[in-house]
Design a protein around this ligand. Structure first.
Ligand SMILES: [Zn+2]
Length: 193
């Protein structure tokens, strides 16, 4: 079942989320619903606070993007890395590269907006997968960008927080509109007001 996506302005998007255990009630159903919500809205990632749950859980699927990409873009954004489809539970970023790169980002909680965000090129991350097997992996490029964006959500951080003062000021009016529910995305949203 596709769930409503929380909009900019809802309190849950600003919470530092809690870790969960394998016996978290309804976890597998929630994960299935998050996949469905993400695909229906056309996202490459979705974090639990975006479906109104303040827990450390997010989904990422860069396979769909990768498959539609030109070879040149694949090389630029993925280098030799494979795209990922993965559930991240209780994730902790344990390392990041000094090398950074900027690219345009959007967010399902902030419809019709985008902004250029600088992020580390590579990260090392520890997490549990949906079967609660512990994982420790390194991701680079586009994979690392999407994972960092979703990880930020579990820390109560939005991509607009990374923008420069000027870019942020330019977006202020649009952000207020979202918070007031004055947007009409093609997916179901939950607004603060
Ligand atoms: Zn987002």
């Amino acid at each position: 079942m596709a769930l409503a996506i929380t909009a900019y302005g809802t309190k849950v998007l600003r919470k530092v989320c809690d870790e969960i255990t394998a016996d978290y009630e309804g976890l597998q159903v929630l994960i299935d619903n998050m996949w469905e919500t993400m695909y229906e809205a056309g996202g490459v990632g979705l974090a639990a606070p975006q479906v109104n749950k303040a827990i450390r859980l997010f989904t990422v699927d860069t396979v769909q993007v990768y498959e539609g990409m030109k070879e040149d873009d694949k090389e630029d954004l993925f280098e030799d890395e494979q795209p990922v489809k993965e559930v991240f539970i209780n994730a902790k970023i344990t390392g990041e590269s000094d090398e950074v790169w900027a690219d345009n980002e959007g967010c399902l909680s902030l419809p019709d907006l985008s902004g250029e965000v600088e992020r580390p090129w590579a990260i090392e991350i520890e997490y549990y997968d949906r079967d609660f097997n512990k994982q420790k992996k390194t991701f680079t490029g586009y994979n690392a960008r999407v994972i960092q964006h979703e990880y930020d959500h579990t820390e109560g951080i939005l991509y607009v927080d990374h923008l420069s003062g000027i870019s942020k000021r330019l977006l202020k009016g649009k952000l207020n509109k979202i918070a007031e529910g004055k947007v009409a995305p093609r997916y179901r949203m939950r607004f603060a007001k």
